[in-house]
Write a protein that binds this ligand. Structure first.
Ligand SMILES: NC(=O)c1ccc[n+]([C@@H]2O[C@H](COP(=O)([O-])OP(=O)(O)OC[C@H]3O[C@@H](n4cnc5c(N)ncnc54)[C@H](O)[C@@H]3O)[C@@H](O)[C@H]2O)c1
Length: 277
């Protein structure tokens, strides 16, 4: 399983990278932050409001394999952020997040894409208690159908790597925010500039094969360990501790599931997210 293509790719090309979910919150940050390094092809169900003339945008629904395949033409790598970022009905989650990721990986395999970086989530492991530090290899404990879809995405990625040699990096994003908002974020915050660096490294780092890493800043109180960051060469610049004094008091009932588990409110048995809206 050698990656001779990798070093060539790194040193000689400005890689052509498909960015799914480009109109979303994380996508918008990466769109700006990665434009200098990569030749980006943007895709989403909806057109970004502030799309510029010098940007390439290809509208596509992840639920349609042909549209996904068309959007991916010419890409050497993919950053896959598109999908439903919250709990929803099982049917919606399956169609967009699970089937959508399967369509994306199948197209990547058929079109000879080298690597996929995938926006996984803390909700793949949301039922770990907050007092437990967890690495990327702990058994999954998804807290929602949404979390299950991220586990499925990681499993699909693993299969495409083992079976076809398509490299795959799963970034378990915890809380992507311009700045941390509450006490939980002191452990889970991922700043925009760290997100940009992390996904850049997830595409550029040589010889990753298959890898799962924590998607957080260098938070002093992080629950996820930094295992795997050294493979990518990711060194976070931000630490939520900077905001500790103002946020420490911002938490709910310590006896609630929300406060006991890493997945926060997603772990409450009556949490329905978008399904109830
Ligand atoms: N924001 C976070 O803190 C966080 C945490 C963990 C994981 N993630 C993951 O990161 C990714 C991006 O999250 P975000 O916060 O930017 O969410 P977002 O909702 O802002 O962006 C997701 C994008 O996916 C697009 N999309 C939805 N359905 C689609 C479909 N059928 N076809 C094509 N595109 C579709 C949406 O139009 C949207 O622009 C998601 O996969 C999310 O699950 C985010």
């Amino acid at each position: 399983m050698t990656q001779t293509k990798t070093s060539q790719f790194q040193s000689q090309f400005r890689p052509r990278v498909l960015l799914t979910g480009a109109a979303g919150a994380v996508g918008s940050a990466l769109r700006t932050g990665l434009a200098q390094d990569f030749d980006l092809i943007l895709t989403d169900l909806r057109t970004p409001d502030d799309l510029r003339e010098d940007e390439t945008f290809r509208q596509a629904d992840l639920q349609d394999p042909e549209q996904v395949r068309r959007a991916m033409q010419g890409a050497q790598a993919v950053i896959h952020l598109g999908g439903i970022p919250d709990e929803h009905t099982y049917g919606q989650i399956r169609a967009v997040n699970i089937d959508g990721t399967a369509h994306l990986l199948q197209a990547a395999h058929e079109l000879g894409v080298r690597r996929v970086a995938f926006a996984s989530s803390i909700h793949a492991v949301g039922y770990y208690p907050r007092h437990q530090k967890i690495g990327p290899d702990v058994p999954v404990r998804p807290d929602t159908f949404y979390g299950v879809s991220k586990v499925a995405g990681e499993a699909l990625g693993r299969m495409y790597w083992e079976r076809y040699g398509l490299e795959f990096v799963a970034v378990r994003i915890c809380s992507f925010q311009p700045r941390p908002q509450d006490a939980r974020h002191l452990s889970t915050w991922l700043s925009p500039r760290d997100a940009v660096q992390l996904f850049r490294r997830a595409i550029e780092a040589p010889d990753v094969g298959y890898l799962t890493v924590a998607g957080v800043s260098g938070n002093t109180r992080a629950w996820m360990t930094p295992e795997g960051w050294e493979v990518l060469g990711y060194g976070p610049q931000d630490n939520a501790e900077t905001y500790a004094a103002e946020l420490e008091g911002r938490h709910g009932d310590p006896a609630s599931r929300t406060e006991r588990y890493q997945g926060g409110v997603f772990t409450e048995s009556d949490y329905t997210g978008l399904a109830g809206k």
